[in-house]
Design a protein around this ligand. Structure first.
Ligand code: DC
Length: 226
Protein backbone atom coordinates (compact mmCIF):
# COMPACT_ATOMS: atom_id res chain seq x y z
CA UNK A 1 0.00 0.00 0.00
CA UNK A 2 1.39 3.40 -0.97
CA UNK A 3 0.79 6.78 0.71
CA UNK A 4 -2.62 7.36 -0.91
CA UNK A 5 -3.80 3.78 -1.45
CA UNK A 6 -3.54 0.97 -3.96
CA UNK A 7 -2.17 1.13 -7.49
CA UNK A 8 -4.60 -0.45 -9.91
CA UNK A 9 -4.04 -1.06 -13.61
CA UNK A 10 -6.66 -1.64 -16.31
CA UNK A 11 -5.44 -2.65 -19.74
CA UNK A 12 -7.28 -3.82 -22.82
CA UNK A 13 -8.34 -3.00 -26.35
CA UNK A 14 -10.03 0.30 -27.30
CA UNK A 15 -13.74 0.55 -26.61
CA UNK A 16 -14.08 -2.08 -23.89
CA UNK A 17 -15.33 0.47 -21.37
CA UNK A 18 -12.04 0.69 -19.45
CA UNK A 19 -12.34 4.45 -18.95
CA UNK A 20 -15.95 4.54 -17.80
CA UNK A 21 -15.39 1.62 -15.45
CA UNK A 22 -12.04 2.88 -14.15
CA UNK A 23 -13.46 6.33 -13.47
CA UNK A 24 -16.54 4.97 -11.64
CA UNK A 25 -14.41 2.64 -9.51
CA UNK A 26 -11.91 5.41 -8.70
CA UNK A 27 -14.71 7.71 -7.63
CA UNK A 28 -16.11 5.01 -5.36
CA UNK A 29 -12.69 4.45 -3.74
CA UNK A 30 -11.73 8.14 -3.53
CA UNK A 31 -8.82 7.48 -5.91
CA UNK A 32 -7.55 9.39 -8.93
CA UNK A 33 -8.11 8.09 -12.45
CA UNK A 34 -5.77 8.49 -15.41
CA UNK A 35 -6.59 7.43 -18.93
CA UNK A 36 -3.06 7.12 -20.35
CA UNK A 37 -4.26 7.17 -23.97
CA UNK A 38 -4.68 10.92 -23.32
CA UNK A 39 -0.88 11.32 -23.31
CA UNK A 40 -0.53 9.47 -26.62
CA UNK A 41 -3.43 11.46 -28.02
CA UNK A 42 -1.78 14.72 -26.89
CA UNK A 43 1.45 13.72 -28.60
CA UNK A 44 -0.54 12.76 -31.71
CA UNK A 45 -2.35 16.08 -31.65
CA UNK A 46 0.95 17.98 -31.54
CA UNK A 47 2.40 15.76 -34.28
CA UNK A 48 -0.62 16.54 -36.41
CA UNK A 49 -0.59 20.27 -35.57
CA UNK A 50 3.11 20.66 -36.31
CA UNK A 51 2.84 18.43 -39.41
CA UNK A 52 5.50 16.02 -38.19
CA UNK A 53 5.30 12.68 -40.08
CA UNK A 54 3.92 10.15 -37.58
CA UNK A 55 6.36 7.50 -38.84
CA UNK A 56 9.44 9.67 -38.22
CA UNK A 57 10.58 8.25 -34.87
CA UNK A 58 13.30 10.86 -34.24
CA UNK A 59 10.98 13.80 -34.93
CA UNK A 60 8.19 12.31 -32.80
CA UNK A 61 10.68 11.73 -29.97
CA UNK A 62 11.98 15.32 -30.19
CA UNK A 63 8.42 16.60 -29.91
CA UNK A 64 7.59 14.24 -27.01
CA UNK A 65 10.60 15.58 -25.08
CA UNK A 66 9.32 19.15 -25.39
CA UNK A 67 5.85 18.50 -24.00
CA UNK A 68 5.14 19.69 -20.45
CA UNK A 69 2.43 17.62 -18.79
CA UNK A 70 0.58 18.44 -15.59
CA UNK A 71 -2.25 16.55 -13.90
CA UNK A 72 -4.81 17.84 -11.41
CA UNK A 73 -7.37 15.56 -9.81
CA UNK A 74 -10.97 16.65 -10.39
CA UNK A 75 -14.04 15.99 -8.18
CA UNK A 76 -15.06 13.19 -10.59
CA UNK A 77 -11.73 11.37 -9.90
CA UNK A 78 -10.24 12.17 -13.31
CA UNK A 79 -6.69 13.53 -13.44
CA UNK A 80 -7.22 16.49 -15.76
CA UNK A 81 -4.27 16.86 -18.08
CA UNK A 82 -2.74 20.10 -19.30
CA UNK A 83 -0.13 20.04 -22.03
CA UNK A 84 2.12 23.09 -22.23
CA UNK A 85 -0.40 24.81 -19.98
CA UNK A 86 -3.34 24.05 -22.29
CA UNK A 87 -6.34 21.76 -21.71
CA UNK A 88 -6.85 20.02 -25.05
CA UNK A 89 -10.19 18.45 -24.10
CA UNK A 90 -12.49 17.06 -26.77
CA UNK A 91 -9.98 17.73 -29.55
CA UNK A 92 -8.09 14.67 -28.34
CA UNK A 93 -11.05 12.41 -28.98
CA UNK A 94 -11.47 12.89 -32.72
CA UNK A 95 -11.23 9.52 -34.56
CA UNK A 96 -8.23 10.82 -36.56
CA UNK A 97 -6.31 11.77 -33.43
CA UNK A 98 -6.92 8.26 -32.03
CA UNK A 99 -5.52 6.75 -35.16
CA UNK A 100 -2.42 8.97 -35.19
CA UNK A 101 -2.01 8.16 -31.47
CA UNK A 102 -1.89 4.49 -32.31
CA UNK A 103 0.82 5.27 -34.90
CA UNK A 104 3.00 7.48 -32.69
CA UNK A 105 2.70 4.94 -29.89
CA UNK A 106 4.74 2.45 -31.95
CA UNK A 107 7.90 4.52 -31.27
CA UNK A 108 9.78 3.00 -28.34
CA UNK A 109 11.73 6.10 -27.26
CA UNK A 110 8.68 8.35 -27.33
CA UNK A 111 6.83 5.73 -25.26
CA UNK A 112 9.59 5.89 -22.64
CA UNK A 113 9.10 9.65 -22.25
CA UNK A 114 5.32 9.31 -21.77
CA UNK A 115 5.75 6.27 -19.50
CA UNK A 116 7.91 8.36 -17.17
CA UNK A 117 5.13 10.97 -16.91
CA UNK A 118 2.59 8.25 -16.08
CA UNK A 119 4.79 6.80 -13.34
CA UNK A 120 5.17 10.24 -11.77
CA UNK A 121 1.38 10.63 -11.74
CA UNK A 122 0.97 7.27 -9.97
CA UNK A 123 3.89 7.30 -7.57
CA UNK A 124 1.92 7.93 -4.37
CA UNK A 125 -0.78 5.33 -5.10
CA UNK A 126 -4.51 5.87 -4.73
CA UNK A 127 -4.74 5.63 -8.49
CA UNK A 128 -6.41 3.67 -11.24
CA UNK A 129 -4.51 3.89 -14.49
CA UNK A 130 -6.01 2.71 -17.75
CA UNK A 131 -4.18 1.92 -20.99
CA UNK A 132 -2.51 -0.81 -23.02
CA UNK A 133 0.71 -1.56 -21.12
CA UNK A 134 0.05 -0.33 -17.59
CA UNK A 135 0.26 -3.71 -15.84
CA UNK A 136 3.05 -4.96 -18.09
CA UNK A 137 5.37 -1.94 -18.46
CA UNK A 138 4.26 1.32 -16.81
CA UNK A 139 3.38 -0.04 -13.35
CA UNK A 140 4.54 -3.67 -13.29
CA UNK A 141 4.30 -3.63 -9.48
CA UNK A 142 0.63 -2.52 -9.47
CA UNK A 143 -1.33 -4.10 -6.59
CA UNK A 144 -4.30 -5.22 -8.69
CA UNK A 145 -4.24 -5.70 -12.46
CA UNK A 146 -7.20 -5.99 -14.80
CA UNK A 147 -7.42 -6.82 -18.48
CA UNK A 148 -10.67 -6.01 -20.28
CA UNK A 149 -11.74 -7.43 -23.61
CA UNK A 150 -14.88 -7.43 -25.81
CA UNK A 151 -15.53 -8.53 -29.39
CA UNK A 152 -14.70 -5.96 -32.10
CA UNK A 153 -18.32 -6.11 -33.31
CA UNK A 154 -19.71 -5.29 -29.88
CA UNK A 155 -17.26 -2.40 -29.48
CA UNK A 156 -18.14 -1.02 -32.92
CA UNK A 157 -21.82 -1.19 -31.97
CA UNK A 158 -21.14 0.73 -28.75
CA UNK A 159 -19.07 3.38 -30.58
CA UNK A 160 -21.79 3.87 -33.20
CA UNK A 161 -24.36 4.36 -30.44
CA UNK A 162 -22.08 6.88 -28.68
CA UNK A 163 -21.51 8.87 -31.89
CA UNK A 164 -25.23 8.85 -32.71
CA UNK A 165 -25.95 10.21 -29.25
CA UNK A 166 -23.43 12.97 -29.96
CA UNK A 167 -25.46 13.91 -33.06
CA UNK A 168 -23.15 12.33 -35.64
CA UNK A 169 -24.01 9.93 -38.43
CA UNK A 170 -21.44 7.11 -38.10
CA UNK A 171 -20.87 4.25 -40.52
CA UNK A 172 -20.72 0.88 -38.69
CA UNK A 173 -18.44 -0.85 -41.23
CA UNK A 174 -15.97 2.02 -41.21
CA UNK A 175 -15.89 2.11 -37.39
CA UNK A 176 -15.44 -1.68 -37.22
CA UNK A 177 -12.56 -1.53 -39.73
CA UNK A 178 -10.86 1.26 -37.71
CA UNK A 179 -11.24 -0.75 -34.49
CA UNK A 180 -9.79 -3.89 -36.08
CA UNK A 181 -6.92 -1.94 -37.61
CA UNK A 182 -6.13 -0.32 -34.26
CA UNK A 183 -6.36 -3.63 -32.34
CA UNK A 184 -3.97 -5.23 -34.79
CA UNK A 185 -1.45 -2.38 -34.55
CA UNK A 186 -1.68 -2.10 -30.77
CA UNK A 187 -1.15 -5.83 -30.20
CA UNK A 188 1.47 -6.47 -32.90
CA UNK A 189 3.85 -3.55 -32.37
CA UNK A 190 7.33 -4.42 -31.14
CA UNK A 191 7.32 -1.83 -28.31
CA UNK A 192 5.09 -2.80 -25.36
CA UNK A 193 2.41 -4.66 -27.34
CA UNK A 194 -1.02 -4.98 -25.82
CA UNK A 195 -1.29 -8.21 -23.82
CA UNK A 196 -2.58 -9.23 -20.39
CA UNK A 197 -0.04 -8.74 -17.57
CA UNK A 198 0.96 -11.81 -15.62
CA UNK A 199 -1.63 -12.37 -12.92
CA UNK A 200 -4.13 -9.94 -14.48
CA UNK A 201 -7.82 -10.52 -13.81
CA UNK A 202 -9.40 -10.91 -17.26
CA UNK A 203 -12.92 -9.57 -17.80
CA UNK A 204 -14.80 -10.07 -21.09
CA UNK A 205 -17.32 -7.23 -21.18
CA UNK A 206 -19.12 -8.32 -24.40
CA UNK A 207 -22.21 -9.53 -22.60
CA UNK A 208 -21.95 -7.54 -19.36
CA UNK A 209 -23.53 -4.19 -18.54
CA UNK A 210 -21.29 -1.39 -17.35
CA UNK A 211 -22.73 -1.73 -13.83
CA UNK A 212 -21.92 -5.44 -13.81
CA UNK A 213 -18.32 -4.74 -14.82
CA UNK A 214 -17.99 -2.03 -12.14
CA UNK A 215 -19.39 -4.41 -9.50
CA UNK A 216 -16.98 -7.17 -10.58
CA UNK A 217 -13.96 -4.85 -10.42
CA UNK A 218 -14.95 -3.46 -7.00
CA UNK A 219 -15.48 -6.96 -5.65
CA UNK A 220 -12.02 -8.09 -6.82
CA UNK A 221 -10.34 -4.98 -5.35
CA UNK A 222 -12.08 -5.46 -2.01
CA UNK A 223 -9.89 -8.51 -1.40
CA UNK A 224 -6.78 -6.35 -1.63
CA UNK A 225 -7.98 -3.23 0.15
CA UNK A 226 -9.10 -5.25 3.20
O1 DC B 1 -7.08 4.40 -25.09
P1 DC B 1 -7.03 5.36 -26.24
O2 DC B 1 -7.90 4.97 -27.39
O3 DC B 1 -7.25 6.78 -25.80
O4 DC B 1 -5.50 5.28 -26.77
C1 DC B 1 -5.07 5.89 -27.96
C2 DC B 1 -3.84 5.16 -28.51
O5 DC B 1 -2.74 5.33 -27.62
C3 DC B 1 -3.98 3.64 -28.66
O6 DC B 1 -4.35 3.26 -29.96
C4 DC B 1 -2.64 3.08 -28.32
C5 DC B 1 -1.96 4.15 -27.52
N1 DC B 1 -1.78 3.80 -26.11
C6 DC B 1 -0.68 3.04 -25.80
O7 DC B 1 0.06 2.62 -26.70
N2 DC B 1 -0.38 2.77 -24.51
C7 DC B 1 -1.19 3.19 -23.51
N3 DC B 1 -0.87 2.90 -22.25
C8 DC B 1 -2.35 3.95 -23.83
C9 DC B 1 -2.63 4.23 -25.15
Amino acid sequence: MRKNGLVISIDGTAGTGKSTVGKAVALKLGYGFLSTGELYRALAYKVYEKQVPADDGAAVLALAKQLKFSFVRQPDAVLKMHVDGEYLGAKLHLEEVGNVASQVSTHKEARAILTEQMRLAGKDGGIIMEGRDIGTVVLPDADVKFYMTASAQERAKRRVKQLKEAGENPNYDKILALIEERDYRDSHRAASPLKPAEGAIIIDTSSLTQDEVIATVLEKISHYAA
